[in-house]
Design a protein around this ligand. Sequence first.
Ligand code: GLN
Length: 477
Amino acid sequence: MHKKSTYNIPFQTIPSVQEALRQKRISCEQLLTDYLSQIEKTRHLNAYVEVFATEALQKAKSIDEKLKSNQPLGKLYGVVLSIKDNISYEGHQLSAGSKILQGYQALFSATAIRRLLDEDAIIIGRTNCDEFGMGSSNENSFYGAVKNGFDESLISGGSSGGAAVSVQTGTCLAALGTDTGGSVRQPAAFCGLYGFKPAYGRVSRHGLVAYGSSFDQLGIIAHTPEVIGDLMQIIAGPDEYDATCLQTPPPDYHTPPKNAHWKVAYFDGILDHQGMHPEIKTAFSDYLEDLAVKGHEVTRVPFEYLDYLIPTYYILTTAEASTNLSRYDGIRYGFRAGQVDNLEETYTKTRTEGFGQEVKRRILLGTYVLSAGYYDAYFAQAQKSRRLIQDKLYAILAENDFLILPVTANYPRKIGTNPSPVEEYLSDIFTVLANLTGVPALSFPIDNKKGKKVISLQLLALKERENTLFQWFTPSH
Ligand code: GLN
């Protein structure tokens, strides 16, 4: 990645859009028209699967009406969002980047969507993603790869690649994605943006297309952490439709920034992690040094489970995926294969034709690790190792405010240069930890000293201290 975005980003925070609207520097209709024309100009990047132009414009006009006649407005008037193609929006198609869901229309809106719409947010379209969220490059989408706005030959990252590019190129203020093992943070990093995966259970999963249910979380991509905090303020909190939601009230994401001296931990040996790009290594160690110079307490901590993260993650998520995806049988949702003689053939043909290669690989893997003969050897072991990893991370975070990690060991690669599946899985090494343990994680871009290349780091904290992730971004950082 050699250059920073040259796209025109009209607004980067919610107060700035709303001020412009109130001062009549722009109408909501004009704002929408500008975003829509930006979508047209960037069509070739393949970020959107569908644009809701007419109805979004309609909503914008009604906001203008309300503004004119001083009617009450929701907290998110003027906020234009894209949503990943695996989040339900009532009456709109939903395909999770898969052929198997072609033509399916959401029957209800996800809880997060409902809460945003209730505050007058506008949803401009649904974005491209890896099929069922399975991937790290957005190349596993039925609709094809998403191109990175920095350099079109590069991957956008994934699985929320369209979400990241939709924000990167100025087609909306922020994007909703999902993060099962890094799918919000990694594409945000590859596109030079902030990406947030909330604590597990902080945001309702009601209305998300399930991949790995004990890992999945809805997340947000934006140009600034303020926007993410403002949207979290609206969508976080218990929901009667999701029994796994945290029952404790969410923190106040508007807590003022604190110029504290934080205790920051990093893993021993991480700088020498095999496969780490030398520039990322340097940028990371420079950043740690800067923190110490600024008076923060930076501590190297042992972590003996680094090599277990990927196997544990992929055994458990494929197991969960294999059961979650059993519902796509050609009867209940979307696509059904033609020319079949009986029910059995309907199932097999629909699933053979409807699922892509990576999804099939994971269903097979997941079925295998759950099968009677291998359950104890793989699934049960992975559950134990998940617990060990959790206990260790919680112990580290009890002693420290944050754990800091790079988001990826490398820059985005070129589209079409797919490594082997295992190599691709290994690239998720730094992102899966937050999902294995359920802690919140915020990724943020830093510039390396030599110039423009965007590198991102991420902070993890205990779920009780989720708001400290936002307090971190004081002017001094
Ligand atoms: N790349 C990881 C995977 O393929 C993470 C995906 C995600 O977070 N949805 O499973």
